[in-house]
Design a protein around this ligand. Structure first.
Ligand code: ADP
Length: 430
């Protein structure tokens, strides 16, 4: 700045030095005129560079057009370099922000950033789906106006975020969310939204399971207790005693069957994934047919429909248990005189083990629920035929461990077809 002042003063002094002799020796006005011309030229020079700077500052472009004259060139040079640096800094910040946003978008949990008044600053795609938000239109809106469940508003208002809020979605059926709120940047809040539908479902299943097991065991135990009391308190003759003891035997057998089925289920669940040992289907099918005939005791006609082709790879015990359950159901739910057909087909596309019966059949509404533990179409009937409600749960579990699925077709009064469908990876010898 000092150099510029010295230079500007030198120019004025130079103009005066040239103009003074002219004014002194020729005419005063000529001297003043020459001095003024010098000053005006100086002013025009500065104005021209200033207007160039002013024009550029309105739309600063990064090209070589930013050139000044004299000292102005240095000023322009410094401005150019500063502008370039600033643009670099901004570009780097932009890239960082974009990266943070894409990291937030990649999160499987929902994230919502709120300002001090609980207005939305940002939310990721997961939170948009979970809470029905659209950040493009909802930014700046109060979150409680968009998530309108009263318990959510009360939770935010309560300011006690030591425990998460469990929210059952009103928009999406069965969706359960767990909402955590963490304060950040002074009074702002970060909302983390976890989808806990699955763990809630498992929790409920566990509770239902314990309740079901207790209920299933309580009934025979109560009956057994009643018989014991009767035997203790009433003097019965030998025939009556024998009758009571037989009924007690039935109840204890029933409890044993339930416990055995529970143990089978838990051992299938606990054991490692089935290996690829070969299961000889000709031998297994023959054994299954004989077992079914024994169980039927001649009340049904049992057929085996197989070309003997192909074997399975997997855990023989589990597969035999699954197939055996399907057959015992067919025997138990087919009235005397009916027929039961065991079908086996295997080719390069996979294999199918099916049990067809001409029994009582099942209403369509029940079919999707048959493999649930303790689910029975007719509880009394199942109990009468010695059912526990666990057979098809065991079947489903054993099959899914072999990447197989259970296909159920049935018509009430006509009969049923339960088929285990295996993928090619589980079939050999075709
Ligand atoms: P359960 O021990 O009661 O037989 P399952 O899990 O094996 O239990 O079967 C569940 C229910 O599915 C049975 O209670 C019965 O109502 C129905 N079901 C199973 N197999 C058949 C079948 N072959 N024909 C008709 N109903 C069947």
């Amino acid at each position: 700045m000092r150099a510029q002042l010295v230079r500007a003063s030198a120019l004025i002094v130079g103009a005066a030095v040239v103009a003074w002799p002219l004014g002194y020796f020729a005419a005063a006005w000529a001297g003043w005129a020459l001095f003024s011309v010098g000053l005006v030229a100086q002013l025009l020079f500065q104005l021209r560079n200033f207007s160039r700077l002013e024009r550029w500052s309105r739309d600063p472009v990064l090209d070589a057009s930013l050139e000044g004259e004299g000292d102005w060139d240095n000023v322009f040079g410094r401005l150019y370099r500063h502008e370039k640096e600033m643009r670099g800094v901004i570009a780097r910040r932009d890239a960082e922000i974009r990266m943070l946003i894409s990291a937030a978008q990649a999160l499987t949990d929902g994230v919502v950033l709120l300002d001090r008044h609980d207005n939305i600053l940002f939310c990721n795609h997961t939170a948009e789906d979970q809470l029905g938000l659209r950040v493009a239109v909802d930014r700046g809106q109060a979150v409680v106006n968009l998530v309108r469940q009263p318990e959510f508003a009360a939770y935010l208002e309560g300011e006690d975020f030591s425990k998460p809020l469990t929210l059952r979605s009103e928009r999406i059926k069965d969706l359960v969310l767990s909402i955590y709120v963490v304060p950040y940047a002074e009074n702002n809040r970060l909302m983390q939204v976890k989808d806990v539908t699955q763990s809630e479902r498992l929790d409920r299943m566990r509770r239902d399971f314990v309740a079901n097991v207790s209920h299933e065991l309580r009934t025979p135990l109560t009956v057994l207790g009643g018989f014991i009391e009767t035997l203790q308190e009433i003097a019965l003759d030998r025939d009556e005693q024998a009758h009571y003891l037989q009924l007690m035997g039935e109840q204890s057998k029933r409890m044993l069957t339930i416990v055995q089925d529970l143990l089978t289920l838990s051992s299938i669940e606990a054991s490692p994934p089935p290996t690829y040992e070969t299961v000889d289907m000709v031998t297994l099918l023959d054994k299954l047919r004989r077992d079914a005939e024994a169980l039927s005791g001649g009340r049904h006609r049992v057929f085996l429909d197989s070309d003997g082709c192909g074997d399975l790879r997997g855990a023989e015990v589990e597969l035999a248990s699954a197939f055996g359950n399907l057959l015992s159901n067919a025997v138990r739910y087919t009235p005397s005189g009916g027929s039961i057909r065991i079908c086996w087909r295997a080719d390069a596309a996979g294999a199918e083990f099916a049990v067809e019966d001409s029994g009582i059949g099942i209403e369509p509404a029940h079919i999707p629920r048959l493999t649930e533990r303790f689910y029975r179409v007719d509880r009394g009937r199942s109990r009468d035929v010695g059912g526990t409600g666990l057979g098809l749960a065991i079947v489903k579990h054993a099959l899914s461990r072999h990447q197989a699925r259970l296909d159920i077709r049935s018509e009430p009064g006509q009969g049923s077809r339960f088929a285990a469908v295996f993928p090619p990876s589980r079939v050999i010898g075709v």
